[in-house]
Design a protein around this ligand. Structure first.
Ligand SMILES: Cc1cc2nc3c(=O)[nH]c(=O)nc-3n(C[C@H](O)[C@H](O)[C@H](O)COP(=O)(O)OP(=O)(O)OC[C@H]3O[C@@H](n4cnc5c(N)ncnc54)[C@H](O)[C@@H]3O)c2cc1C
Length: 420
C-alpha cells in the first residue's frame, strides 16, 4: 500500500505558526517543515529576511569557526553549549553547503563566496519554498492566545489556528523608527502578554556618543588602539583593534563590543581609556620619546610628533597639554615627554550614551533565557517556542548573532514539529 501523507497512518501533522521571517524564523521554518510540520510564517515587512540583506556590510558574516559561549552575553547563567551542542557552526556550514552556498573563511569569520548577503536570504527562502512553507508577508501579528492547546494567531484582522507557535520576532536593532512595528505588537510585547519576563532591552554593537570637545577635530581618523572601559574607575572590559573617531564620539568594532556596557550601566561613571601606542609599555614609550628627542632636530612641538600619529591626533594631544603646535619644541615639549607618554597610553574619552536602535547591530536584553528550555520551548506556555535575537542573548561581532539565530531556529523548528 502506498502512503501519501502522515495523516493516512494516523500521525497528526503539526500546524506551526512562526512569527517573523528573519534569519531565525526562516531556519525554524525549514527545520520544522523538514520534520513533517505544516508551517506558516508571518512577516511584518513586504519581504522576508530584510535584516539578513544588511548584514556584514552587505556581505553577511554568517558564522564564525571559533564558536564559543564566551562570545555571548546574557543575564542568565545558562550554559549556551546546551544549544550549540545541538547545532553549532559546523552544522550551520553543512546546512548552507547542502543548500548550495559556497563560502570562504577570513580570520575565523565566514562569508558567502559571492559576498552577497541577499543570496543567503534567497537560499533560505528557496529551501522554504521546496518544503511547502506558507509565507505571509505584510502580515503583522498583533495577538496570540491559547485555548484548549490551540493557539490563535491574529494578523491583519484574521485569526489562524496552530498547534505550536514559534516566536522569531528579532529585536529593534537596525530598524528605522518609521519601519518599527507598533510597540504593542512587537515580539517583546506579545511575549509579555503571554506571561514572559522581558530583560531590559538596549541597543548593542553600536557607536558611542562622547562629550569630549576634540571629537569634531578627530572626525574621520582611524587607528589601532587598546580600549579599556572603566565603570566607577574600575576596568570593566577591554578590546584591541581599529577605532574610528566621529564628530559625535567613537565607533568601530572595538567600540561596538564595549557599547553594551555603556548602554546597560546608565547610572555608573564611565570612561573609555585608549592606549594609542599599545605595542609599547609606558616605560618603553618614554624611552622612545626621549631617544627621539635626543636624536632628532625639531623646530616646533608639532614637528616632534610629525610621523607618529595622524596630524589631527597630534594636534589634539598638544591641545590637551595646552601646547601650541607652532611653539618652540625645546622650551615647550622637550621637558614634558613623560607627560606626553602618559597621555598617549591613557587617552581618555567620556561616553555619554550609545547611538539609537537604528544604528545598532543587535540588542541586549529580551525574553529571559531562564524561561526557555533546551528545546527552545517556553517554560511558561507549552507549545510556544523562541528563537533568535528576541531571546536575552547577544553575541559579539563576527557572525555570532546569526549563528545564534541558526542554532535556536533549527532547534525550535525541529522540537516544535517533533515533540509529542
Ligand atoms: C546592520 C546590521 C549588520 C549585521 N551584521 C551581522 C553579521 O555580519 N553577522 C551576524 O552574525 N549578525 C549580524 N547582525 C545581527 C543579525 O542580523 C541578527 O542578530 C539576526 O538577523 C537576528 O535574526 P532574528 O531572526 O532573530 O531577527 P530578524 O532577522 O530581525 O527577524 C525578525 C523578523 O520578525 C518580523 N516581525 C517582528 N515582529 C513581528 C510581528 N509582530 N508580526 C510579523 N512579523 C514580525 C520582523 O519584521 C523581522 O523580519 C547585523 C545586524 C544589523 C542590523
Amino acid at each position: 500500500m502506498m502512503i501519501n501523507s502522515l495523516s493516512e497512518v494516523g500521525v497528526r501533522v503539526k500546524r506551526i505558526g512562526i512569527i517573523g521571517g528573519g534569519a531565525s524564523g526562516l531556519m525554524a521554518a525549514i527545520s520544522a517543515s523538514e520534520a513533517g510540520a505544516k508551517v506558516t510564517v508571518f512577516e511584518h515587512n513586504n519581504e522576508c529576511g530584510r535584516k539578513i540583506k544588511a548584514t556584514g556590510n552587505g556581505k553577511c558574516n554568517l558564522t564564525n569557526t571559533f564558536l564559543r559561549s564566551s562570545a555571548y552575553h546574557s543575564s542568565s547563567d545558562k550554559d549556551l553549549n546546551r544549544y550549540f551542542g545541538q547545532f553549532d557552526q559546523e552544522d550551520a556550514l553543512m546546512f548552507f553547503r547542502k543548500s548550495g552556498l559556497m563560502m570562504y573563511e577570513k580570520d575565523t569569520y565566514v562569508y558567502p563566496l559571492c559576498n552577497q548577503a541577499y543570496v543567503v536570504r534567497d537560499i533560505l527562502l528557496h529551501r522554504c519554498r521546496e518544503n511547502g512553507v506558507k509565507i505571509l508577508t505584510d502580515h503583522t501579528v498583533n495577538d496570540i492566545s491559547l485555548k484548549d492547546s490551540v493557539y490563535t494567531v491574529c494578523a491583519n484582522g484574521t485569526g489562524y489556528e496552530f498547534d505550536r507557535v514559534i516566536m522569531a520576532c528579532g529585536s529593534y536593532a537596525g530598524i528605522n523608527d518609521n519601519d518599527r512595528i507598533d510597540s504593542n505588537d512587537d515580539g517583546y510585547s506579545l511575549s509579555y502578554h503571554l506571561g514572559h519576563s522581558i530583560v531590559k532591552v538596549r541597543p548593542s554593537l553600536v557607536p558611542v556618543n562622547c562629550s569630549d570637545d576634540f571629537c569634531k577635530k578627530l572626525k574621520g581618523v582611524r587607528m589601532n588602539a587598546k580600549v579599556t572601559l572603566t565603570l566607577d574607575d574600575a576596568p570593566a572590559a577591554e578590546e584591541y583593534g581599529e577605532v574610528q573617531f566621529t564628530d559625535y564620539g567613537i565607533s568601530g568594532i572595538v567600540v561596538f563590543q564595549l557599547s553594551r556596557y555603556i548602554a546597560m550601566e546608565k547610572e555608573r561613571n564611565k570612561l573609555l581609556i585608549l592606549d594609542l601606542m599599545p605595542d609599547m609599555s609606558e616605560e618603553e614609550l618614554k624611552n622612545f620619546l626621549h631617544f627621539r628627542d635626543i636624536t632628532g632636530i625639531y623646530m616646533t612641538a608639532g614637528d616632534f610628533l610629525m610621523g607618529m600619529f595622524n596630524k589631527a591626533v597630534n594636534e589634539v594631544l598638544l591641545d590637551i597639554m595646552k601646547i601650541d603646535p607652532e611653539a618652540d619644541h625645546e622650551s615647550e615639549l622637550s621637558q614634558r615627554l613623560d607627560e606626553l607618554a602618559s597621555l598617549i597610553k591613557g587617552f581618555t574619552m567620556h561616553p555619554t550614551s550609545v547611538k539609537s536602535y537604528p544604528h545598532a547591530q543587535c540588542c541586549c536584553g529580551g525574553v529571559s533565557l531562564d524561561e526557555i528550555d533546551d528545546s527552545c520551548e517556553s517554560l511558561i506556555n507549552d507549545g510556544l517556542y523562541y528563537c533568535g535575537e528576541i531571546i536575552d542573548v547577544d553575541g559579539i561581532c563576527g557572525g555570532y548573532n546569526l549563528q545564534w539565530a541558526w542554532t535556536t531556529g533549527y532547534i525550535a523548528g525541529r522540537a516544535a514539529a517533533s515533540e509529542p
